[in-house]
Design a protein around this ligand. Structure first.
Ligand code: DX5
Ligand code: ZN
Length: 235
């Protein structure tokens, strides 16, 4: 069991908008160094992309790697579980010290019991929606989750093109879930796309290529955060 105490997602509210680096595009040969660089660059949340080769056509990593990452940093972890059976593996992600656990509505169409299990472990409960999944699919989760993750690409791979047609869903989810829930977006976010997502009401921006393909993580994250801030105030 990790000695890390889960950090409430609500504590991140004061720091919005947030850029959450996606630990899929990182340097897996230098994970510890990358985490240190992200901390120095001002990251407040790490997004951990877990893929099972079944729910998505790609494999990444699981609890063993997260357990070692946990020893490198106290930053909050949001595990984005792109896996077919999150209920089966949930306890492992709690044990290794994830702060929030996000699973897909397409994998668990009746999500309430699992969301409650996550919350009762003291973790933030997140629900993700693929680009083609309507907001109505998660209606049963109103009042039951802390974070909604709108996918702006088909999950599975980094470096894909942003799909702006998902943006109206952000507004619909805010209407349904109210002000408490954190609204996040994942896929193709970068300096050219972050402003429209911020105007649509996104608060947490998952960013893979637009952080890790840049020479300076601090500059990349600060630039995007400033773009999100000014889009929000002009929107
Ligand atoms: C895609 C993952 C994303 C991905 C984002 O399935 O969930 O988190 O790594 O990468 P970019 O920002 O490059 O689209
Ligand atoms: Zn992700």
């Amino acid at each position: 069991m990790s000695s890390h105490q889960p950090i409430s997602l609500q504590t991140l509210r004061q720091k919005l908008p947030l850029i959450a680096p996606s630990m899929l595009k990182c340097d897996f040969g230098n994970l510890q160094r990358d985490v240190q660089l992200l901390e120095q660059a001002g990251a407040e949340l790490l997004h951990l992309d877990v893929m099972d080769g079944h729910f998505v056509p790609n494999l990444s990593y699981g609890p063993m790697v997260i357990e070692r990452l946990r020893e490198c940093t106290a930053l909050p972890f949001d595990a984005h579980l792109m896996i077919s059976d999150p209920a089966k593996y949930l306890d492992e992600y709690i044990r290794v010290g994830c702060d929030a656990i996000t699973f897909h509505i397409e994998a668990v169409p009746d999500p309430v019991e699992l969301l409650r299990r996550i919350r009762s472990a003291g973790c933030g409960a997140g629900l993700a929606l693929n680009p083609g999944t309507p907001a109505a699919a998660v209606e049963a989760a109103v009042g039951e989750c802390d974070l909604l993750l709108v996918m702006s690409v088909e999950p599975g791979f980094g470096g894909q093109k942003f799909q702006p047609q998902v943006l109206p869903k952000v507004h619909q989810l805010r209407e349904m879930f109210g002000p408490e829930v954190l609204l996040s977006i994942d896929g193709g976010i970068g300096p050219k796309t972050i402003a429209e997502a911020a105007q649509a009401g996104v608060e947490v921006f998952v960013a893979g290529s637009s952080v890790f393909d840049e020479p300076c993580y601090e500059t990349a994250m600060r630039t995007m955060r400033e773009l999100a801030l000014s889009a929000r105030s002009s929107g």
